[in-house]
Design a protein. Structure first.
Length: 102
């Protein structure tokens, strides 16, 4: 289950706690562009994986020049997709937004 810190990070990074495709897409594309720009003059320093197309241990271990582990590549996130609640059961978004505005 997500905790207060997880919600804090979501609010800081995305500005929201619940799924919003447009906002998530914007932040993702901005981040990817910033990372590619940062590494543009550093060939061989950035590894981009596409887990949906099957990238896994082989690509990572080749990049890191290390042996491939003898275990299945982890691929499942079992965390819940709901905002954390405070000890009194109330959503923390309002409290967080007040802190950010101060």
């Amino acid at each position: 289950m997500r905790d207060d810190f997880d919600d804090f990070v979501l609010a800081c990074v995305y500005g929201i706690l619940h799924f919003n495709a447009e906002r998530f897409r914007y932040v993702k594309e901005l981040h990817e562009n910033n990372v590619r720009t940062y590494f543009a003059d550093q060939p061989g320093k950035l590894l981009i994986l596409n887990l949906y197309q099957g990238d896994g241990w082989e690509k990572i271990c080749d990049f890191l020049d290390c042996p491939i582990p003898n275990e299945v590549f982890p691929h499942e996130n079992k965390r819940l997709l709901f905002p954390a609640k405070s000890s009194n059961g109330k959503n923390l978004l309002g409290k967080l937004m007040r802190i950010i505005k101060e």
